[in-house]
Ligand binder design. Structure first.
Ligand SMILES: NC(=O)c1ccc[n+]([C@@H]2O[C@H](COP(=O)([O-])OP(=O)(O)OC[C@H]3O[C@@H](n4cnc5c(N)ncnc54)[C@H](O)[C@@H]3O)[C@@H](O)[C@H]2O)c1
Ligand SMILES: O=C(O)C[C@H](O)C(=O)O
Ligand SMILES: [Mg+2]
Length: 573
């Protein structure tokens, strides 16, 4: 595997220009010869440090910052100064630091973006500047080999809703995770916020809000603005992957369907979440020695993630257990704000994209409906007797003790996935679900939680069912093979490879998914599975032999190590 230390890079910057460029700055890592060649001898203290020594220093600086949001700000500054050191530090402390740069802490960083702002990062495409979008786009991308765009309009950030221009923070976090867990070269990725205004009145009232202080643009004007961006990506970077993140419920699926067969696009909340949840459930049914098609699945929160999960589990049941779509759909019971999504709710309460999962009215549903004709979660659990309960509702504590114990009456090993992020929005704390079911529940959450104590004294590790365990590999597998589109079969191939790595397959008392400390290895395996599928089905734009895929992926991965620099008067290479 070629690593950066064996690489030589020709760089045209010198002096302050190289010291202040995060892609090229090495700080005390510049060798004596490089300092002479790049005019740095008088700009740096005498000692030359290794990256390892720099990571020790940076980690000490991190530890003195006690609050997670302060650690987050420190790491943001480190990334603004020196990419290799930033990713080198994260790689050495993966499990400890992912919750700092990603959920849950990044939610606070995004919500306070205008007050934490010190330096811009990424591409800000703002609605009033629509006319100059192509010029603004090319300012940052012209002449660059861009493999990945991560874009958000920030209407549904995690579970904290509309965050306006702060949405750049989810795009940069997701992009950093691509680099950290799949080896995307950060110089080949662009994070984008589509600032189309915000309906968050708190932001609009904030005199320090740095985004466009206007109500959110919707309808034809919104579609035109988004399309202008997508067409620029397609025109200038036809082989790139376009990753949509945290779009609102009225746009996420609609935009995915609009562009799905025109470019390699991916909606993480829909497809990434669906894939990781399919892997977690595949692992859980392995523990219970049952099949996906044996399950009765209640999904609480029929939004972008909830529908993405439902569709992916449905497609998984069809692909793995060979059920028809109609029969597979019958395994699902979806609830939203108005309770069980059933025929008699009427079209005003049923969004068009939910229609395929509307339950025909069962007698029990009408018998247990309230005065508004709505059937709540406890009633559904009593009547449906679900084996699986998935939460993506943003409603903290929605899975009450009564709901969980009712579920446990009807199934030996309740499978409970409270997936809402950040942590404070979790539908049930895993330790409660564990206690209320006498240690029988099979659990996975959207953000990290500590292990639970089982009645037999053993620790039960709570799997983090977060799309970061799979989306980097899904995306990398597609982009490295220059797949023209991200197909459903590529996604299922990635989900099945992830499921095959589940610790619970070896020890049923172990976690349902690999630990995040293994996330680089896991996403590498997912990327291999996706690349193999893309090549097998003809979606790939490269002609690799299957036996070469692993090595090809490995040799293209960006490793956070210093290359040897040679000064180039003619221009940066
Ligand atoms: N674990 C993961 O990898 C992952 C991935 C994506 C989203 N999520 C989390 O899932 C949650 C939802 O994300 P989303 O993008 O789908 O948002 P969304 O706004 O599209 O969907 C939320 C859904 O919950 C419904 N809801 C709200 N209040 C409810 C209530 N009282 N009862 C029932 N349903 C209710 C809403 O009507 C909506 O349909 C967020 O917390 C997000 O962070 C987790
Ligand atoms: O961002 C995450 O942590 C996962 C997911 O994309 C979400 O929106 O919650
Ligand atoms: Mg998301």
């Amino acid at each position: 595997m070629s690593t950066a230390t064996s690489k030589v890079m020709r760089v045209a910057l010198r002096g302050d220009s190289i010291l202040t460029h995060p892609r090229f700055n090495k700080g005390t890592g510049f060798s004596t010869a490089e300092r002479k060649a790049f005019g740095l001898t008088g700009r740096l203290p005498f000692c030359v440090n290794t990256l390892e020594e720099q990571c020790v220093r940076a980690y000490d600086q991190l530890l003195v910052r006690e609050e997670p949001i302060r650690k987050n700000s420190f790491l943001q500054s480190l990334k603004d100064q020196n990419w290799v050191l930033y990713y080198g530090l994260l790689t050495r402390h993966l499990k400890e630091l992912i919750p700092i740069i990603y959920t849950p802490t990044q939610a606070d960083a995004i919500a306070n973006y205008s007050h934490l702002f010190r330096r811009s990062e990424g591409m800000y495409l703002t609605f009033p500047n629509e006319e100059t979008m192509e010029r603004d786009f090319l300012e940052q991308t012209k002449g660059r080999d861009i493999q990945l765009f991560v874009v958000s309009d920030a209407e549904a950030i995690l579970g904290i809703g509309d965050q306006g221009v702060g949405g750049i923070g989810i795009a940069t976090a997701k992009s950093a995770i691509y680099t950290l867990l799949a080896g995307i070269d950060p110089s080949k990725a662009v994070s984008v916020t589509l600032d189309v205004g915000t309906d968050n009145q708190g932001l609009l009232n904030d005199p320090l809000y740095v985004g466009w202080p206007n109500k959110r643009i919707r309808g034809a004007a919104y579609d035109r603005f988004v399309d202008k961006f997508v067409q620029l990506v397609r025109k200038h970077h036809p082989h790139s992957l376009l990753h949509f993140e945290d779009f609102g419920i009225g746009n996420a699926k609609r935009l995915l369907d609009l562009y799905h067969d025109k470019h390699a696009v991916f909606n993480d909340d829909i497809q990434g979440t669906g894939a990781v949840t399919l892997a977690a459930l595949t692992s859980a049914v392995g523990v219970t020695k049952s099949k996906l098609s044996d399950q009765r699945i209640v999904v609480y929160g029929a939004g972008t993630a909830g529908l993405g999960i439902t569709r992916q589990l449905r497609d998984g049941i069809m692909a793995i257990d060979r059920l028809s779509e109609a029969d597979a759909n019958k395994k699902f019971f979806l609830l939203d704000r108005f309770g069980l999504i059933k025929q008699s709710l009427g079209s005003s309460k049923i969004r068009p994209d939910v229609r395929e999962f509307v339950r025909p009215d069962a007698e029990w549903a009408d018998a247990s409906a309230n005065e508004r004709g709505e059937v709540g979660l406890l009633e559904v659990v009593k009547k449906v007797k679900p084996t699986v309960l998935v939460g993506c509702s943003t409603q903290a504590g929605a899975f009450t003790e009564e709901v969980v114990k009712e579920m446990a009456k009807h199934t030996e090993r309740p499978i409970i996935f409270p997936l809402s992020n950040p942590s404070r929005l979790v539908e049930v704390h895993p330790s409660d679900a564990n206690d209320w079911t006498g240690g029988k529940a099979l659990l996975a959450t959207g953000s990290p939680f500590p292990p639970c104590k089982q009645p037999n004294g053993k620790e039960y590790v709570i799997a983090e069912c977060n799309n970061a365990l799979i989306y980097p590999g899904l995306g990398y597998g597609a982009m490295i093979t220059q797949a023209s589109i991200m197909t459903d079969t590529m996604i299922i191939a990635g989900a099945r490879r992830l499921a095959s790595l589940s610790p619970a397959l070896k020890d049923p008392d172990n976690a349902l998914l690999p630990d995040f400390s293994e996330a680089k290895h896991v996403n590498f395996e997912v990327a291999v599975a996706v690349a193999e599928q893309a090549i097998t089905e003809g979606s790939a734009g490269v002609e690799w032999r299957k036996e070469d895929i692993r090595e090809k992926i490995r040799e293209n991965m960006w490793i956070p190590e210093y290359a040897k620099f040679v000064y180039d008067e003619r221009g940066e290479k």
